[in-house]
Design a protein around this ligand. Structure first.
Ligand code: SF4
Ligand code: SF4
Ligand code: SF4
Length: 317
């Protein structure tokens, strides 16, 4: 079974048909059904027939902006959620994307379901539709309707989302979603928890976690704002240090990436989602985002005109 959400999907397809017919975009980056229940995959539509495979529903988790660099010389359309649009702001600011080269359809996003979490309550293969609203997640299944608490169904980032509707778009797919004030402590809970530990305890925590790292670099590849063509920190596949998961190589990769992402990370936590060994990378990037706010008053992804703190010199006072 695949999840359907007919109304918005049909509107999206219609909009993309129009973009192609009017010559606004040569390609459109969105989602199509994946091969497994509750899964979608990125989809690059180049024709009206391709556009008819596009979908928008509460399983569309991927941040598609990480693929934009592949279409630098084309007129590109893209579907973005609130968190994805923050990456676009940074990419435009860092001159990786031209604002006039991309047509943005913003998708107001009530939350995206985590298929692993849902599977604890319901067999994903039996789900035919999902509806997410503030206080509950409603599933239509072969056996009838099931309602879950958002904490038992959504990705953790969606429970503290401060921006469900993109700030940056050319048109919106549906009505904007109201923002409810979220205490920053809730958004940065993993980082704050680690701040309570002593340095030795924190080191022991990360030593244990990073000991699992296979240096597969999936976290770097998926990150929308980690865009160097060849990462200077990535070891070649046959390098013995990579094969042996050399501890210094692992630590230096993560420390340098954290430094490079400070002031850039927009908190999409795609890095953590794709990590095959479940390292809690969001704790690192919550800390980076928190320090950017506390030290420089800078919130990545919020303002195309704001200067990234690590790209300038000056007295922070
Ligand atoms: S963080 Fe917000 S915009 Fe992003 S997927 Fe979750 S609810 Fe949607
Ligand atoms: S470092 Fe992780 S959370 Fe931050 S922008 Fe990259 S993928 Fe998203
Ligand atoms: S995705 Fe996970 S295992 Fe792979 S390099 Fe990143 S932290 Fe290590």
């Amino acid at each position: 079974m695949t999840v359907v959400n007919d109304q918005l999907t049909l509107i999206l397809r219609e909009k993309v048909h129009t973009l192609f017919a009017e010559g606004v975009a040569d390609v459109f980056i969105g989602y199509r059904h994946g091969g497994k229940p509750l899964r979608v995959q990125p989809h690059v539509a180049r024709s009206a027939a391709d556009a008819d495979q596009l979908v928008w529903n509460p399983t569309c988790i991927n941040n598609l902006t990480s693929t934009l660099h592949k279409f630098a010389d084309m007129r590109v359309g893209i579907l973005v959620k609130g968190c994805d649009s923050r990456a676009l702001v940074e990419l435009i600011k860092l001159r990786q994307v031209r604002r006039d080269g991309v047509y943005i359809i913003g998708a107001p996003c009530p939350g995206i379901v985590d298929h692993e979490l849902i599977a604890r309550s319901v067999d994903p293969a039996t789900i035919t539709d999902i509806f997410v609203e503030e206080a509950q997640v409603m599933l239509t299944t072969d056996a009838g309707e099931i309602t879950l608490d958002p904490a038992d169904a959504l990705y953790a980032k969606c429970l503290t989302c401060a921006q469900p509707t993109p700030d940056l778009y050319d048109e919106l797919l549906g009505d904007p979603i109201a923002v409810h004030p979220i205490p920053l402590d809730a958004r940065f809970n993993a980082a704050i928890e680690l701040e309570q530990l002593s340095v030795a305890e924190r080191f022991a925590f990360w030593d244990e976690q990073l000991n699992k790292c296979t240096l597969c670099y999936a976290c770097q590849a998926v990150c929308p704002v980690c865009f160097c063509t060849a990462c200077a920190l990535a070891l070649p596949r046959n390098d013995p240090k990579r094969k042996n998961r050399d501890r210094e190589s692992v630590f230096s990769f993560h420390l340098m990436r954290a430094y490079h992402m400070t002031g850039r990370c927009i908190g999409c936590y795609e890095c953590e989602r794709v990590c095959p060994v479940d390292i809690p990378l969001s704790a690192i990037f919550q800390k980076a985002e928190k320090e950017s706010r506390d030290l420089f008053g800078y919130k990545a992804g919020s303002d195309v005109a704001a200067v990234p703190p690590l790209s300038t010199f000056g007295d922070k006072t």
